[in-house]
Structure formats: C-alpha cells, structure tokens
Design a protein around this ligand. Structure first.
Ligand code: CUA
Length: 167
C-alpha cells in the first residue's frame, strides 16, 4: 500500500515539467513571432483606410473610376468596388513580380476579397475603405473571390487576377 503522506516521486515532477515548460514556451514563442512579423517585417491586418458613404461610392474619388493604374516601376494600385454580385474591375492583368495594392469598398452589403495563393484576405465593408497590398510572384490566374455571404448569388461573385510572365 502506498503511503498518502509520501513525497511524490521525481518521475512525476519530470512529467509535470515536460508539460509545463512547453505550455509556457509556446505562447512566448508565438508572442515573439507576432512581434517580429508586426514590427520587424511590417505585416499587418488589412486596415481601415478611410470612410466613404456607400450610396455615394460611384461619385466619390477614387471609386468613381474603378480599375488598375501603375503607381511606379512594378507597382500597381487597383481601385476595387464591390456590389451584389460583382467586383469592378473583375479582371486585372499585371506582370509577374508586381506589387499590387487593392483599395476597395462596398456599395451595398458586406463583401469579402480573397485571393488564394496571394495572401489577400480582406473584408469590403459598406462605409469603409480597405487597403491591402500583395506581390504576385508567379505567372498564372488567381481567382478573386467574395468570401463573405452576401445574398442568393454570393457564389457567383468572383473575378480574376491574370499574372503574365515578366517580359
Ligand atoms: Cu459578395 Cu459574397
């Protein structure tokens, strides 16, 4: 019979340590990774860039002229509007290696902008301007999807980014 007053064996302490140390080290590691990516690499969530009245989007610059424009060597800005159930523009062409900034908003309800394999995952909210920047490294077609349920034809709301081989 074991003695209830006996000291726990050293093995028990080792097992406890084996759990406790990683449970402390993992959050510290995650916090460090977060700090390095946010302040060192400058990686942030898509941010609120400004406000715009949803009913006036079509008359408010820059959203009165949606489309793509070059802002520098290898740099482009896409002014993107969303409404049920379409993006404008819904097809974008850039050369491989381009850095593209999307400046978007919604004319009506909440939409999303998801470009798989291009690290774009943002919300397009009525009243708000969203800005998100990414680099299109490899040639190909990248779907541009609405990933916030926005009504009966939500699944038809998509466009594409065509990345052409750099000349
Ligand atoms: Cu727009 Cu779903």
């Amino acid at each position: 019979m074991s003695d209830p007053g006996a000291r726990p064996s050293a093995t028990v302490y080792l097992y406890e340590l084996a759990w406790i140390l990683p449970s402390i080290a993992i959050p510290i590691g995650m916090l460090a990774a977060l700090t390095v990516t946010a302040f060192g690499a400058g990686i942030h969530l898509p941010t609120l860039e400004g406000r715009v009245t949803p009913s006036q989007v079509a008359k408010t610059a820059p959203f009165d002229v949606p489309g793509i424009r070059q802002t520098g060597p290898g740099r482009y800005e896409v002014v993107l509007t969303s409404q049920i159930w379409a993006f404008a523009p819904n097809e974008i062409r850039v050369p491989a290696g381009s850095i593209v900034t999307f400046v978007g908003t919604s004319k009506d309800v909440v939409h999303g902008l998801l470009i798989p394999h291009a690290r774009v995952n943002a919300m397009l909210l009525p009243g708000q301007i969203t800005r998100v920047t990414t680099r299109f490294e490899h040639p190909g077609e990248y779907p541009m999807l609405c990933h916030e349920y926005c009504g009966i034809a939500h699944h038809t709301m998509w466009g594409k980014v065509i990345v052409e081989p750099a000349s």
